[in-house]
Ligand binder design. Structure first.
Ligand SMILES: [Mg+2]
Length: 294
């Protein structure tokens, strides 16, 4: 686990750094408040931060307030321990009110520090677990509907900002209801899991897949031209329906997939793009299923 130390005093910084490394943490260091803010507000920041109260420029409590106000919804929780020489009650209350989770007073007892960091780690790990549960579908391990739609909005604005292309695919398993009705829901679940695996393994690393509905999967293909997307989705179609899926009860189930394709026109809202891909999927179904349609 990575921990940020924000401390302007070199001696304290080195002491903290060596203790944390000894306890097996990866340490990221900031020498003032602004540097700490840059690190903490980045997407992949350490999730535990030891922040000195008094630093030039941006002080600890102000940094906490900024952090709580600006970190976007859906990102990981940052657990902040304020490090302070001010142990009067009024200061402690002020520190916690600024959004810090805990505090420790200097000079600190290493054992106490270690225990407080461990408590923070428990909170961060729980938060990450909850966050994961809120974003991912427990059956297929892909993003759930809300998460994939959110991601589509982000990817769409990113690709437009960077002047890149983006296409999406909407995949629906053909006659999936028959699988559930004739083989049971357990087999149906296995088919959904195997479908997710096959989708995942036939996409490129930077493509994103989510479970959009019961047997519907939304695929985001950043940077893909129409032809790239056609090739990718055709690969997905063959991966899903090309070979039977072996299930626990010994059956071999073949399910084909119909896939709609829509590419960004550079100006439509995300829900318009989704409506277009939905219409394309509908045409793929009407044209006889087991195909990719635009
Ligand atoms: Mg200081």
């Amino acid at each position: 686990m990575r921990i940020l130390i924000a401390e302007d005093d070199a001696t304290s910084r080195l002491l903290l750094e060596s203790l944390l490394r000894k306890w097996g943490y990866d340490v990221v260091v900031a020498r003032d408040g602004e540097e700490a803010w840059r690190i903490l507000s980045a997407e992949n920041s350490p999730l535990i931060a030891l922040i000195d109260w008094v630093m030039p420029g941006l002080e600890g409590p102000e940094l906490c307030r900024r952090l709580r106000a600006h970190v976007p919804n859906g990102s990981s929780y940052r657990y902040v321990i304020l490090v302070t020489v001010r142990d009067e009650k009024v200061h402690i209350v002020k520190g916690l009110e600024s959004g810090a989770d805990d505090y420790i007073t200097k000079p600190f007892d290493p054992h106490e520090l270690r225990v407080r960091i461990t408590a923070g780690q428990r909170v961060v790990e729980l938060q990450e677990e909850l966050r994961h549960m809120a974003l991912y579908d427990s059956l297929t391990k892909l993003r759930n509907r809300r998460a994939i739609v959110d991601r589509l909005e982000e990817e769409l604005s990113r690709s437009r900002r960077e002047g890149k292309r983006l296409c999406i695919g909407l995949l629906d398993l053909d006659f999936f209801k028959n699988v559930n009705d004739t083989l049971g829901h357990l087999v149906g679940d296995e088919v959904l899991q195997e479908t997710a695996r096959r989708i995942r393994s036939s996409l490129r690393n930077y493509d994103i897949a989510g479970r959009y509905g019961g047997e519907e999967f939304l695929l985001i293909l950043p940077g893909a031209t129409r032809d790239d997307a056609l090739r990718t989705l055709e690969r997905v179609r063959i991966a899903v329906g090309g070979t039977p899926m072996a299930t626990q009860d010994g059956s071999a189930v073949t399910v084909t997939a119909s896939i709609g394709l829509a590419c960004d026109d550079g100006e439509s809202k995300p829900d318009v793009l989704v409506r277009r891909v939905d219409a394309a999927l509908y045409r793929a179904k009407n044209d006889g299923r087991n195909r990719v349609n635009e």
